[in-house]
Design a protein around this ligand. Sequence first.
Ligand code: S3P
Length: 752
Amino acid sequence: MAHEVRESRLLIVGLGLIGGSLAAALRDAGFEGEVLACDPDADEIARGVEMGLIERGDTHLAMLLDGVSMIVLAVPVLAMREVLETLAEQGVADDPSVVITDVGSTKGVIREAAEAAFGRLPVNLVLGHPIAGSEKSGVAASDPHLYAQHKVILTPMATTNRRAVARVRSLWQATGAEVLEMEVERHDQVLARTSHLPHLLAFSLVDTLARQDERLEIFRYAAGGFRDFTRIAGSDPVMWRDIFTANRQAVLAALDDFEAGLARLRQAVSDGDADAMLSTFDRASHARHYFDSLLNQSSYQAEYQMQEQTTLCYRAGPGGDVRGRIRVPGDKSISHRAIMLGALAEGVTEVSGFLEGEDSLATLQAFREMGVAIEGPHQGRVTIHGVGLHGLQAPSGPLYVGNAGTAMRLFAGLLAGQAFDTELTGDVSLTKRPMGRVADPLREMGAVIETAEGGRPPLKLRGGQALKGITYDMPMASAQVKSCLLLAGLYAEGETRVREPAPTRDHTERMLGGFGYRVEREGDTCWLEGGGKLTASPIDVPSDISSATFFLVAAAITPGADLVLEHVGVNPTRIGVINILRLMGADLRLENAREVGGEPVADLHIRHAPLKGIDIPVDQVPLAIDEFPALFVAAANAEGVTRLRDAAELRVKESDRLQAMADGFAVLGIEHRLYDDGIDIIGHGGEGPSYGGGRVDSLGDHRIAMSFAVAALRASESITIDDCANVATSFPGFIELARRVGLTIEAQQEDA
Ligand code: S3P
């Protein structure tokens, strides 16, 4: 067996389901010693022998003690005292080679009983509790798999012999259980809340309903909810009477908390207070999902991805219209930052327009895993109960941020200054992306960070480091690196200054300002001083100009198009796409311009007009960095050559976007020349189809997938696009919205 159990003779006292299942599991695992059992019921012993679980047994304990190496007490909690007294009388505790352990559901009362029986706590007594059970009872119901992948909690004292603990540990590990250690008091409190209270509620609910006159009727119609909630009310009544008697105090404390919560909910129901109900249910529902992901030892997102055995393809039909008035989802960059700063602020931050895409949801979930209460999202509304800059708690495992480079890099900055260690992991695409660009300057600030080879994820950050401000000259124009350093700067001593070689999106600086944190700028350098605080502030997230881009290009290339995109963020550091399309001749107007929560917003009105090829101004590259895949499609429909240079950053996005677009263009027959840092695209203008159709690969990159879907508007045949599931990272509902304005797209699952 994997975990060898060296006990020569094991004695189980109380041969019910728990004791019988232990014997069965050990037999299954190849245990070669003898198993004896003591039970007041001679029939149980006879059945145990018949089932091959035990060699022999007796109704009198004293008859079985000779030569045993380990005694497992599996009698009900309140029967323990008598058994312990018999063991004391027989002098068992005086023999250091004999280990005594138990399986009782409460530990305090058993420790007391042992002290009373032996006059002290024997060093070879190891109290324990397997967290497994069933509504069935009796040895006949024994299940050799009852403990597999379940937890067993041991509660040794400081005086307990560690060799005795190791022997009990081996015993349980052989059954397939995971063994943990905990203090007695903590065990009793935890179990009162997680096991004893729910049993009490289940017993009470069934009893209350069963007493009502129409009980037959009620049970006949009781559906899944009743069944799920009350399964445990079928458990052994004597055992549970003992547990509630033994763990009275901890159970009462848990019950008080529960009653207070129930009273609040009762009030909400009686007042018809929909918000109060929703926020309670919402918190509970998210907590329940989180609990599932903990049980499955995977993150929210990883669990979602593991279910994906198939790949999602888009089939975009040639031609179509682009007309109407739509609003695309919230800005991804601002959504990430809203959650981050809201969590670190003091007070409650209300966010509206939040992007419910997988990337920003991963950020939200990561903060929940660090103890931040977050309600929602519900139709873009999120309520964050900020914990202050020093209020995050250590997560129980690695933080999984999916496909989100922004999350990983910004988190690296804000986690570098925490008191606890963290690990950041992501999906296959993110695992290939460079993180040295943040790890290196963070190390200069005093952070301790480990990366995988070549500066790739996962990132392991050591907590408890004293950071100091630095002046950093960024080698590339990156808003993520800038934001990472500013967030680390909040925790650093002195000033953190970042110089950017070209302007990059400034959402972090603006939002910090909105939360009352002073960020200064002079020319190409911005800086802040560590040690301040953030104060909660409402955030209205505008629509994402990067998502709007697919529809801007769709309208720009489609004869007869006339489209309005409402409430789009037009921050000057993000409007490269507007500038570039206008230079190409697009008929694009900003209407109803206004400022919302510190960010400029406008409705974008675009009508079809013939496009011409241009040399893309180098200063526009960082301002349109995410929009190039779609802009390449505009270029393929323009008259003449469009040249892009100084855009090597495109090679390290969610995919190598220069290569991915060039490969797709080759399939569709679009003329182009690829360079290390750019591309030339040769378009022929006109109003007929500009290229053919075919099957292209998005390489799991959301923006490549959506760009080719838009390209189909001017293709002669349909375009099939592989690996499109990641569109959900930034643009949930893309297909529905695209269809609404007149594109022909279908999604289909294919085997991976
Ligand atoms: C982002 C910055 C840009 C951009 C990314 C989002 C941000 O990345 O491409 O989609 O939210 O700060 P870089 O900082 O790597 O240029």
